[in-house]
Design a protein around this ligand. Structure first.
Ligand code: MFK
Length: 445
């Protein structure tokens, strides 16, 4: 056998990540650190094993079976192994529960877990983000009945009790422009609200609940007339018949994630708050999912850079390892510098979110959080695409070959700038925040 290339190896995602360790050293009090360390260490063991498993296996995708052999509509979705493990890993490491504990470091501790789990989860973090966002939106709305009903499931530490929530906003007519939502909410003869309409992108159709925007019957046009509803999707082990899965999306990336087109044919629903201003009510959810997006984007960057850095030691060209080629070393250093800036930005948002939610923040910090959340999302999202692309280039031709697993990093990263608000929508959201008390807060910060 002649010349063989060596595959890149992944360092331990927690013990080998000096950027994450330095953040935790700086932010987390010593008395919390030991328990956190043990948990992150174990989660990173899982992530490392998942990476090795993925490298050794043929890629899998969810499969939708709409009808059984006898003509019954079943809409059954078979999930990938990482997705089947999702509820167990999430609850064992209290990924969501950690973020809702009553101390100001809760969000940093949660997002450290998200950062380590994200790629191993095969974007199971997408519905986790929405579940976290739903918990936050229900709490913000102060809806006691729904909070008592849903949060014990959303934040459960028991896989048997754990529920995922979706975020059903996007429709054919209303993508970024949510005000064009066409889904109708009508009360039946018993006063029960029911939803009728079509949701064009539903990321967590396998979830047990969702928050959905709909226009109450007789309400006017535009975003202000929309209401936010809570729905449940299951009757015991069966999906409710009023929720129909039309098809799974065929996407560029995030292929393990069963994104679906659905329609609602009278699905029972409960208003989260007043029967208007649904966008305002869903905004706390969006701000949480945008924070997740930023942390997951930096998780993709760190993985791409770690693999490129390792490969640079194994692969020689022109008589020397790549790492000893000055231009290549400079490329890797530039990537690392940009990643570290993005990491600091994403985790500053996590830090501020925790302080604001626990009432520990000043008004200036609250305003800075509002300003930084869309910026962190838009900046890290674009950078993840660029750095994943650069990392593929660091591998030469191997970076373009499917069974190295490298192209998937780039394909998956392309979703970050698109979902949860495109770059321009978020730039406008930042301006919206600046137009409030934002500028004064920046001056005072
Ligand atoms: C792995 C990573 C995890 C990520 C999970 C991803 C899975 C998700 C898949 C999806 O569901 S993707 C779909 C996501 N869709 C969006 O993100 C929608 C993008 N469009 C926007 O964000 C628009 O800016 C928006 C719909 C909010 C604008 O709508 P409008 O109709 O122009 O509303 P308007 O009047 O600007 O805002 C309505 C109210 O909400 C205002 O408050 P008031 O009623 O009190 O005046 C706004 O201040 C408030 N608001 C809007 N955005 C806010 C906000 N408040 C706080 N924070 C925000 N970000």
């Amino acid at each position: 056998m002649g010349f063989l290339q060596h595959a890149p190896q992944l360092e331990h995602p927690y013990r080998g990540d000096r950027v994450l360790l330095a953040l935790l050293d700086r932010v987390i009090p010593a008395e919390r650190r030991e328990a956190l360390d043990a948990d992150l260490d174990a989660l990173a063991d899982y992530a490392l094993a998942a990476w090795q498993r993925a490298a050794a296996s043929t890629r899998r995708q969810p499969v939708l079976t709409q009808w059984d052999a006898w003509g019954r509509r079943i809409d059954r979705i078979e999930l990938t192994p990482a997705w089947l493990e999702g509820p167990h890993v999430t609850t064992r490491h209290a990924v969501l529960a950690a973020g809702h504990e009553a101390h100001e470091h809760a969000r940093v501790e949660e997002f450290a877990r998200v950062y380590l789990y994200h790629l191993a989860s095969e974007f199971y973090t997408c519905p986790l983000a929405m579940t976290d966002g739903a918990a936050t939106a229900l709490k913000t709305a102060g809806n006691v009945a729904l909070t008592e009903r849903a949060l014990p499931h959303f934040l459960s530490r028991d896989p048997a009790a754990f529920w995922l929530s979706g975020q059903w906003m996007t429709e054919n007519a209303g993508g970024s422009d949510v005000g064009n939502t066409e889904t109708l909410a009508r009360q039946d003869e018993h006063g029960q609200w029911r939803l009728y309409g079509r949701k064009w992108f539903s990321s967590a159709v396998v979830g047990e609940a969702a928050l959905a925007l709909a226009r109450p019957d007789g309400a006017g046009a535009g975003a202000n007339a929309l209401a936010l509803f809570y729905v449940e999707t299951m009757d015991g082990a069966q999906r409710k018949p009023e929720l129909v899965i039309d098809r799974l999306k065929d996407k560029l990336g995030t292929r393990e994630l069963p994104t679906a087109e659905i329609h609602l044919d009278g699905l029972p629903a409960w208003p989260v708050g007043e029967l208007a201003h649904g966008v305002r009510q869903v905004a706390p959810m969006l701000n949480v999912t945008r924070s997740w997006n930023a942390v997951c984007a930096v998780a993709s960057m760190t993985r791409a850079i770690a693999l490129a850095r390792d490969y640079a030691v194994r692969r020689a060209a022109f008589g020397r390892p790549l790492i000893e080629q000055p231009l290549h070393a400079q490329t890797l250093a530039d990537m690392q510098a940009e990643f570290e800036g993005a990491f600091a930005l994403a985790f500053e948002v996590a830090h501020l979110l925790g302080r604001v939610e626990q009432g520990a923040a000043s008004p200036q910090e609250a305003a800075v959080l509002r300003l930084l959340t869309p910026l962190a999302k838009l900046w890290t999202a674009r950078l993840a695409v660029r750095l994943c692309s650069e990392a593929l280039e660091c591998f030469g031709g191997a970076g373009y070959i499917e069974d190295t697993g490298l192209p998937q990093l780039l394909r998956d990263a392309q979703v970050y700038p698109i979902w949860e608000g495109t770059t321009n929508v978020l730039a406008l959201d930042h301006l919206r925040a600046l137009a409030g008390q934002g500028l004064d807060a920046l001056r005072a910060a």
